[in-house]
Write a protein that binds this ligand. Structure first.
Ligand code: NAD
Length: 367
């Protein structure tokens, strides 16, 4: 098999710390299976600003264009907080990357192992088997991108701001296709979340999802839920969901709620898949932990590398078609953590290890 070619954008604060360990795990898993990695690092976020005057340097974009996937760390932190909002690392690096590569599908597993149930704010008797759900969020449409988007002063002197929620049928169909693929690989249950009792876009959303699933995946159990109810159901009984799919802003909010009920941000991975295909004919994607740069623990060797490791497993699955290797890495993380090797964020005051030792334990579990 040709080398696995991906760009490594580690970013700031804990970004490079957890990235180094994820690469070590990947190298180990790859060498066991005779796979070769060809990864190239580039600056992004605050590191891009400091070295190149730009959160997303041109050379970084060029590297990503030559790659089959992007393994991303996280960007931003107190050092750059005084910059104008439009130049802040997250806004000036991540959003343009999403736009440039039309990363329209955000896949976020909401995973909490049974052994870590105490990390969730939900009472553990409500989640005796932990949590295992997936959120699919549309990422390039809806209220965040619709035009007009402006603030104007009205003739009477009052000030008015407008955001516009827009969706095309084709945009809804392609995110539904991603959701179908995810549901097929799991328990075959798909819940579409909208606000079809109030919003025109949601009426189109629901009709399109119904038609598309009927044509392409009639075997799935398809349900619909209003977003306000979904927010409530997620904390009441998260495992009633298998895969849920929703538009951009609803997904932004629900995926954060899901992250909280799953305990530590240090365990949660994500994939953002593009409309385009990579050189292997598979989706180009950006893979990153759900958390940020954790400046409070950066430089101390304390960060949990699991989210970054699990993000790299998603990269193998979606952008390289290596399901078996991805599943092996996921199983190794699970065995290491449930076997008792834990960083401080998931140790509940018990014995904890540092970033490197956590990765060592995952590598040991890979055999
Ligand atoms: P954060 O996710 O960085 O941290 C929140 C809490 O979670 C902290 O207590 C942190 O220590 C903990 N945490 C996060 N990841 C962890 C890990 N891997 N291991 C152990 N603990 C972990 O959120 P924040 O403090 O609000 O943001 C810090 C910076 O990160 C900000 O500049 C923000 O803009 C940026 N940020 C970037 C991204 C991204 O790059 N995608 C996402 C979110 C936040």
């Amino acid at each position: 098999m040709a080398p696995l070619k991906f760009a490594v954008l580690a970013g700031d604060y804990i970004g490079p710390e957890v990235m180094a360990e994820a690469l070590r795990v990947l190298e180990h898993a790859a060498s066991q299976e005779g796979l070769t990695l060809e990864h190239t690092a580039a600056d992004v976020g605050g590191a891009g600003i400091d070295k190149h005057g730009k959160a997303l340097p041109d050379a970084t974009v060029a590297l990503c264009e030559r790659s089959d996937a992007i393994l991303f760390g996280s960007v931003g932190g107190p050092k750059w907080e005084k910059l104008p909002p439009k130049d802040q690392p997250e806004r000036a690096a991540l959003l343009p990357l999403r736009k440039h590569f039309t990363l329209f599908a955000n896949i976020r597993p909401g995973l909490l192992y049974r052994e870590l149930a105490d990390a969730s704010p939900i009472k553990s008797d409500r989640i005796p088997d932990g949590i295992d759900i997936v959120c699919i969020r549309e990422l390039t449409g809806g209220l965040y991108f619709g035009k007009p988007k402006e603030t104007t002063t009205l003739p009477d002197g009052d000030i008015q701001a407008v955001d516009t929620m827009v969706y095309r049928k084709s945009e809804i169909e392609r995110i539904t296709a991603t959701a179908i693929a995810a549901a097929r690989s799991r328990r075959r249950k798909l819940c579409s979340v909208d606000k079809a009792n109030v919003l025109e876009t949601s009426v189109l959303w629901r009709k399109t999802v119904i038609d598309y699933v009927a044509r392409h995946a009639p075997e799935l159990e398809l349900t619909h839920m209003y977003v306000d109810n979904a927010a409530m159901q997620l904390v009441r009984n998260p495992n009633q969901f298998d895969v849920f799919v929703t538009e951009n802003m609803f997904g932004d909010i629900l995926s954060d709620e899901m992250a909280v009920i799953c305990g530590s941000l240090g365990m949660l991975s994500s994939a953002s898949l593009g409309a385009g295909k990579n050189s292997r004919g598979l989706p180009f994607g950006l893979y990153e932990p759900a958390g940020g740069t954790a400046p409070d623990i950066a430089g101390k060797g304390l960060a949990n590398p699991c989210a970054q490791v699990l993000s790299s497993a998603l990269m193998l699955r979606y952008s390289f078609g290596l399901e078996k290797t991805a599943a092996r890495i996921e199983a190794a993380v699970k065995r290491a953590v449930t076997g008792g090797v834990r960083t401080a964020d998931i140790a509940f005051g018990g014995k904890s290890v540092g970033t490197k030792a956590m990765a060592d334990a995952i590598i040991a579990q890979l055999g």
